[in-house]
Ligand binder design. Structure first.
Ligand code: ATP
Length: 337
């Protein structure tokens, strides 16, 4: 659906060159929700804005549905751009226009008849749950409602792709949830491909199928969201995930431990099995559970347990081999003192 081939974006500012995006290649599949996460300055906005040529890449190619948009003349690009909707952190609504007019305006730009515009605008406002606010002005709306208008407007020309630029960063947690649910249902109902950028891993965890982590203009990790949460490879990814799953114990809790402290991840259905109790039945060990939780990522459970195993070194070793054979992720956090 979207193919990014070796895209680099270099800005020139005050005679200096600043690299926004550095040789990025990725493919976003049709119908998926793809998240790009990274700290401020990582290059997320630059990359997202290259996808609809709001920023022209310095080099590289972008294909949408097989069409190389980096090659198009202005007129063809305008037509192709209708396939790509975009929503923004600060909504970008026209304050002098009503909710209805803000959405209808996007349709006028596509040369539709008056009746078509009216019918389509009502349909879009229904889709985002704002039918009864159609005559209000942006200043009379909450942040979440403003973003709903932004979403309706972005969907006006039946785009195949929706780009979301920090779409929930200005919203409180419960409004964020409701907007994410709306994006999820739009993705399911309309089959629209969504690419979102965010600095909040929680957003990626909640709605994305696949994700990329950006740092210094480059993609440093890319894959299925569940797999990355279960086995992050890069330190930065681990930091992002740690902030959401709280998987690390405070040092002072570890300091006084006499046994071996292990951290295990249970993936999928295994997360629901009673592995921990099996462990104490099968081995002559005592143990303390220091931390445990099950997170659901894309409705699939991911269990995280941190335990202290106390007993003979050989028995602990056997227990660790037993768990390793059953699960694919075990980390020894601290050996016996
Ligand atoms: N118009 C511009 N002119 C010059 N430099 C720019 C411009 N836009 C972005 N940059 C620089 O490019 C780099 C990447 O910025 P970008 O905004 O893409 O990152 P980001 O990950 O989206 O961060 P943020 O969330 O803060 O926007 C930064 O060093 C930034 O200063």
């Amino acid at each position: 659906m979207i193919e990014v081939r070796n895209v680099t974006k270099i800005y020139s500012a005050k005679g200096k060159e600043i690299v926004g995006v550095k040789d990025v290649s990725l493919t976003v599949q049709k119908g998926e929700i793809f998240g790009i996460v990274g700290y401020s300055g990582a290059g997320k906005s630059s990359l997202l804005r290259c996808l609809n040529l709001l920023e022209k890449p310095t080099s590289g190619e972008i294909l949408i549905d097989g069409v190389s948009i980096t090659e198009l003349d202005k007129k063809s690009l305008r037509k192709e751009r209708l396939k790509i909707g975009m929503i923004f952190q600060h909504f970008h609504l026209v304050s002098a226009k009503t909710v209805f007019e803000n959405v209808a305006f996007a349709l006028k730009a596509a040369n539709k008849s008056k009746d078509e515009i009216k019918q389509k605008t009502i349909e879009l406002l229904k889709l985002v749950g704002l039918e009864s606010q159609s005559e209000q002005y942006p200043s009379q709306l909450s942040g979440g409602q403003k973003q709903r208008v932004g979403i309706a407007r972005a969907l006006a020309n039946d785009p195949k792709v929706l780009l979301c630029d920090e779409a929930t960063s200005a919203l409180d947690p419960s409004t964020t949830k409701s907007i994410l649910n709306l994006l999820k249902s739009i993705n399911k109902k309309l089959g629209i491909t969504i690419v979102l950028i965010t600095h909040e891993m929680e957003v990626v965890k909640d709605i994305c199928h696949r994700m990329a982590v950006m740092q210094d203009g480059e993609i440093i990790e890319l894959g299925n969201v569940y797999d990355i949460f279960a086995h992050p490879k890069e330190e930065l990814t681990k930091t992002f995930i740690g902030g959401v799953l709280q998987m690390n114990l405070p040092e002072q809790l570890l300091a006084g431990r006499k046994g071996v402290v292990i951290k295990i991840h249970f993936k999928g259905a295994v997360a629901e099995e009673a592995i921990v109790s099996e462990l104490f039945q099968n081995f002559n060990l005592k143990g303390n559970i220091l931390h445990g939780k099950i997170e659901y990522i894309q409705e699939t459970p991911l269990g995280i347990f941190i335990m202290e195993l106390i007993g003979d070194a050989s028995e602990i070793e056997k227990a660790i081999s037993y768990i390793t054979a059953k699960l694919d992720s075990l980390e020894v956090v601290k050996h016996a003192a």
